[in-house]
Design a protein around this ligand. Sequence first.
Ligand SMILES: [Zn+2]
Length: 674
Amino acid sequence: MRGAEKITSGHRERSALIYVRQSSLAQVRDNTESTARQYGLVEEAVRLGWARSAVEVIDADLGLSGRSAEHRSGYKELVGRVCLGEVGAIFGLEASRLARSSADLSRLLELARLTDTLVVDADGIYDLANFNDRLLLGLKGTMSEAELHLLAGRLQGAKRAAAERGELRFPLPVGYVYDDEGATVMDPDAEVAAAVTDLFAAFRAGGSAYQVVAAFKGRRFPLRAYGGVWAGQLRWGRLTHSRVLGILANPAYAGTYVFGRYHSRRVVEPDGTVRTKLVELARQEWPVVIHDHHPAYISWDDYLADQARLQANTTNAGARPPREGHALCQGIIVCGSCGRPMSTRYHRNGHAAYECSASRADQTATDTCRSISAVSIDDAVAERLLDALNPEEVALALAAADEVADRRARRSRAAELAVERARYQADRAERAFHACEPENRLVARSLESRWESRLAALAEAEKALTQAQAAVPSLPSRTELQALTANVSGLWHAPTTAARDRKRLLRTLVADVTLLPEPDLAKARIGIRWHTGATDEVVIARRQSVVQYRRTHPAAVELARRLGPTRSNAELAARLNEVGYRTGAGRPFDNAAVANLRQTHSIPPPACSATTRSRWPRRLGAWGSAPTPSMSGSRAASSPPGAASTAGCACRSAQTPSGPANSGWPAQPRSLGT
Ligand SMILES: [Zn+2]
């Protein structure tokens, strides 16, 4: 090697470092020659006079891209060792490629100069203290970077040109394969194609990626591996949410060839490290788009519609997709007073309300901003909607019927295909077994066990097919359907119709609903804007509040007032029921209800004299420790059922206090207010 005279005993006393690296794992896998040559440098170091024990190989960076020193622990180790002055020489195949960026390289060379470390590559030995060597290495580094730049430029240019002709090949998504001529065709495996078709159908039916995942529960989805040992192999597994999103977003399924959907961008992190990020470009920025490039699973319009739907499902972007709750106008109701969307709130009792909460939260609520019970708005809107639906009934129903039939066919089709495949594989295994020479006993045995396992798989697939066919509910006949569609409102109100479906139906016709400003609190004005651009205005009487509509009928209260002082609770309840009154909640009166009524309207129980009545304590806290008989209507609810039969004055039955002994409360009368 040229320049061997530059090596002194001082260098040989220190170690020789062989720095081995290869940018990508593919290079490591395919370019074994280069890696072998790099390891061969060990021999070179020994030949140049280093003891074998002093030669070390740093190969921690195999498979890491060399564009920056970041994340390359081997390179860092190299620099660290050079700084410590432990290194006599650094060996690499090409000195200029020790570091890929010239900034990294010049730093390494500067350190090597300071610590009198030699750099050795296939061309020769460089002593950095020598100006000529330093200049030469610096130049080589610059050239190497320029070369990379030119190479990358040429490569990109060629790629772009091929892409513009639609000829640049990249890994195809599942459902497509390259044929022998390199054209993109649908996967000839009908089961794969059926799974992809069903995924799109499930999205159209369910409206969200989560619904697609739910539809594929218990069913496998294909995955074609690319790269690595499994390249080209088909594997079946669970369909995940992220895969659904990836497939729905992939324009390839619309038969469109797209190049440059993603763009890599280098970003500097706050801590100074440089990272390469993959950024998705907006659809209008895609550099190459070729429609009708290959057979499609969905049309381009369907693709765009799916994207719009996915976009509308993204709630953190402000979208308000239909949810499971029963409030019909959720997501499309707007406050007409302040112009902001109203939120939907579900109370614990199941009632829902639309609230102008955003404006209240930031103090911008106007005088006519209000909350309103959802039922009142929903009923009015639903009524308008059903009116509008009538002429379309039959067409809708027939479309629905077609879709159901179609989905049904597809569902068992997938299972049929699975059986077909299992049968084919079992046949193949059988053929292989019979073709085996009898003297090859070991081979025959393994073939036999494979045949058995294929037969078991076939049996399983057949079972799944039977189950799939059995699980499909029978389709209603056409006449039944016609009868059903004559009654859209019946279907609308049917308990089996999901709230989300009602909302979807509503949204197909109605763009939004506005609660118009209305100073009169007893009324609500609702504006409905249809997708056609037409608008409607409905004025409704507002529902009473819970307290208002759960109030007992005044006539019943009057009757109780009249009879209360002379009748026991049971008698009074019987009388009220006889006349036909009901409690505010719509139930028949019982002891507890009458006791509540007494409490609310201060109706005294019988046989309590006027003097007792005046001392009638109203709250628990009024109870003293003295065993004075006292009563409270609200306690009656907790009285044991047996006590209810004690007719007459409650005061008497309260003589034997039996309250919890250690509760800290004074002994309390338990059987009051009978
Ligand atoms: Zn408002």
